[in-house]
Ligand binder design. Structure first.
Ligand SMILES: Cc1cc2nc3c(=O)[nH]c(=O)nc-3n(C[C@H](O)[C@H](O)[C@H](O)COP(=O)(O)OP(=O)(O)OC[C@H]3O[C@@H](n4cnc5c(N)ncnc54)[C@H](O)[C@@H]3O)c2cc1C
Length: 433
């Protein structure tokens, strides 16, 4: 039996980060696919470069900034975000809550009055009950009705009453009363708000260049591909692999989706029950190539209205012209759903309708191709039992020398920077986010 100090499951950014930071030590990475990078990979077709929908790099920690600087030097562009909401046939500025100018007057009125009422009257202590209550407490009825509830119901596939709100304070801008009123009566400018107001991106080859450069600094002989764990005996600290080998480890680093990991555990009936409770939304998307530049210069657009099936549309070529051949345009169109429930034909038809309604294309003839893709594990849903379950599983893992890392390994809403930090922490560093 092979004995290894660190066994790492998955070679996405978090597994790669763990491997990178273990340089010179005893470790093995087991990856199911034939390549590194996980969600952070890019593909090329007919001169267009596509990532797995938008993957824009925002970093705030010294450690990740230093790693990115070491890997890329000057080979990154810096972009100031241009994002919009498309609803009621108009484009408004992000964030919706402080930029209602331009919407129909009745909608603006509802949003402002709702915000003022929430500001003075609503019970903020209810905000922690669920995401719906958070929206009502801090943003009020109108903003919730016209953006927060429909948009988030689309992205998470369930109504905000059914999931927690603890992540909102970081990811959702809370405007002041002055900002809401000013944004309702004056033509807005792009404002530098939110965690991703500026971001960076590789000069060449799409975001897939990030894991590629990280992998180039790793000991490649310590990676095995096209192989996955079949069962895990956490008491004996052994993992049986699909290639027939059994590996004994001292420390196990899990970056594969936690629900799948739990189902591999032998003699842990609680783990299987918990895995059944865990919910995640899948993301279907199109890589769309156009024979002309996009008819609007925005980077990405949030689509709250129910009549449009996608929840978000972004333009690769608007963000970085080198992602499409000269004189052409490209986009990604995203839709979330449970499991295999995406009707791809309908999604395509609705996507084309949306692109036309937004004016990103002027005719269906502008489309050179639209390739369908799917991300099986997309958005973790913070269901009712989430916090108790996660507390239990994280304690159990700590006792069992299992480190959970990455958006799916840890089962949370997180970005590429978190994946890098999680990989560091999984192998004994102590980096705070
Ligand atoms: C739609 C969408 C948009 C996003 N946009 C951004 C963005 O703009 N900016 C940002 O910073 N972040 C973004 N993210 C988040 C970002 O993609 C993740 O945080 C990050 O890529 C997670 O890396 P990871 O290594 O933890 O997981 P993954 O990338 O999922 O890697 C896991 C690896 O494990 C492998 N694997 C899976 N199952 C097994 C198995 N059974 N055995 C062995 N290997 C297995 C997979 O093949 C994969 O290589 C976005 C995510 C989504 C879904």
């Amino acid at each position: 039996m092979k004995e290894i100090k660190y066994l790492i499951l998955g070679a996405g950014l978090s597994g790669l980060s763990a491997a990178y930071h273990l340089h010179g030590k005893d470790f093995l990475v087991v990856e199911k696919s034939d390549h590194v990078g996980g969600l952070c990979t890019s593909e090329r077709k007919n001169g267009f470069t596509f990532d797995q929908t938008g993957h824009w790099l925002h970093t705030k920690t010294t450690e990740v900034k230093a790693l990115v600087a070491k890997l890329f030097g000057d080979d990154l562009i810096e972009v100031v975000r241009r994002t919009h909401i498309f609803s009621h046939n108009v484009f408004t500025q992000y964030p919706f809550q402080s930029n209602t100018y331009g919407l129909p007057v009745d909608v603006v009125k509802e949003c402002v009055i709702g915000f003022v009422k929430a500001y003075y009257e609503n019970d903020k202590s209810k905000a922690s009950e669920n995401f719906y209550e958070w929206c009502m407490a801090y943003l009020g009825e109108g903003i919730s009705k016209h953006f927060m509830i429909p948009y988030n119901t689309k992205i998470y596939t369930v109504h905000p009453k059914f999931y927690a709100s603890h992540w909102c304070d970081f990811y959702i801008p809370k405007p002041t009363l002055e900002q809401v009123i000013a944004g309702a009566v004056t033509a807005p400018e792009q404002k530098n708000v939110g965690y991703n107001a500026t971001f960076r991106y590789p000069v060449e080859n799409g975001i897939g260049e990030f894991p590629k450069r990280l992998f180039d600094c790793c000991e490649k002989e310590k990676f095995i591909f096209n192989t996955y764990p079949v069962s895990i005996d956490a008491e004996a600290k052994t993992v049986r692999l699909s290639n027939g080998e059994t590996v004994k480890y001292e420390h196990l680093v899990n970056t594969i989706p936690l629900n799948k990991f739990l189902k591999l555990l032998e003699n842990q009936p609680w783990a299987h029950e918990m895995a059944e409770r865990m919910k995640i939304a899948s993301v279907s998307y199109f890589n769309a190539a156009f024979s002309k530049p996009c008819g609007h210069p925005g980077h990405w657009f949030y689509i709250p209205e129910e009549k449009f099936m996608p929840y978000r549309v972004g333009s690769f070529s608007n963000i970085y012209s080198r992602l499409a051949p000269e004189g052409k345009g490209s986009a990604y169109i995203e839709y979330t759903h449970q499991g295999d429930s995406c009707d791809v034909g309908l999604f395509r038809e609705k996507s084309v309708g949306l692109l036309l309604a937004m004016g990103l294309i002027s005719s269906e003839k502008d489309i050179e191709f639209m390739d369908y893709r799917k991300i099986e594990s997309g958005y973790v849903i913070y269901h009712k039992e989430y916090f108790d379950d996660m507390k239990f599983v994280r304690n159990w893992c700590r006792e069992a020398s299992v480190a959970l890392a990455g958006r799916y390994g840890k089962w949370e809403y997180a970005a590429m920077e978190n994946a890098i930090i999680d990989g560091m922490n999984a192998v004994g560093l102590d980096v705070k986010y």
